[in-house]
Ligand binder design. Sequence first.
Ligand SMILES: Nc1ncnc2c1ncn2[C@@H]1O[C@H](COP(=O)(O)OP(=O)(O)OP(=O)(O)O)[C@@H](O)[C@H]1O
Ligand SMILES: [Mg+2]
Length: 273
Amino acid sequence: MSKQPDLGAVNGSQPILQLRKVSKHFGAVSALTDIDLEVHAGEVVALVGDNGAGKSTLIKVLAGVHQPSSGSIEFAGREVTLDSPGKALELGIATVFQDLALCENLDVVANLFLGHELSPWQLDEVAMEVRAWTLLQELAARIPSVREPIASLSGGQRQTVAIARSLLLNPKIVMLDEPTAALGVAQTAEVLNLIERVRARGLGVIIISHNMEDVRAVADRIVVLRLGRNTGVFTPEASNQELVAAITGATENAVSRRIQRKAQSVQSEVHSS
Ligand SMILES: Nc1ncnc2c1ncn2[C@@H]1O[C@H](COP(=O)(O)OP(=O)(O)OP(=O)(O)O)[C@@H](O)[C@H]1O
Ligand SMILES: [Mg+2]
């Protein structure tokens, strides 16, 4: 925990979301133990950790899918119970799950408004199309046409539609589970740009990613989970070695040895020249 930033460092204000000692057990399995986490407005927090570290469980607790076994969650300074996905959404916590849950055969407009057609738009196709365009333009999203079916869009464009959809109800927090997994270089860059624009709108963003480059590119803070516990909070300037040590719990591993070897060979080059 060498780079534990000052908890109020991002801005002096109160966090939108604050978790205190949140634990989640599934029978005998402790998926999360005593997790403390805070997210401020206009901040991107990356959640990293190995498979089974508890990242998705944490997102699901915040999305109202799972109930915590103990601990407290405060939203905008008030303690809340997120006992259903509807409750989380209503409060302003939106989630883009890894599978995106888009309908392949429907167009972009229909997907954006899926489940929200009745109010306040009342299936008004024109109003929905205008709102869809406005939102996508605000996000500078590269979608060829809002009447294009999802099936004909690229992976990055689908992710864009899923993120845009999560913004429709004007949430305060958006959570993204592996938004750049399976995307190419250009599409990844596009999605990372989009995340920056979401942050610029003043939202708090929680992003899960296995890709340290992406995490460094976009995150203001990096929170590491290991076996359900928080093993470090870092700034994006943290070294790979520090992150890998927090993720694996070992200071000795292939990545740390490679970094050491590189450092040694650079040193010997300096000495021999
Ligand atoms: N519904 C469930 N019932 C029982 N155990 C579960 C359930 N969901 C998750 N777990 C367990 O909780 C732990 C954390 O799982 P989780 O899916 O949160 O990890 P993760 O960090 O998202 O991993 P990955 O990177 O593989 O997605 C694992 O040991 C997992 O087996
Ligand atoms: Mg997961």
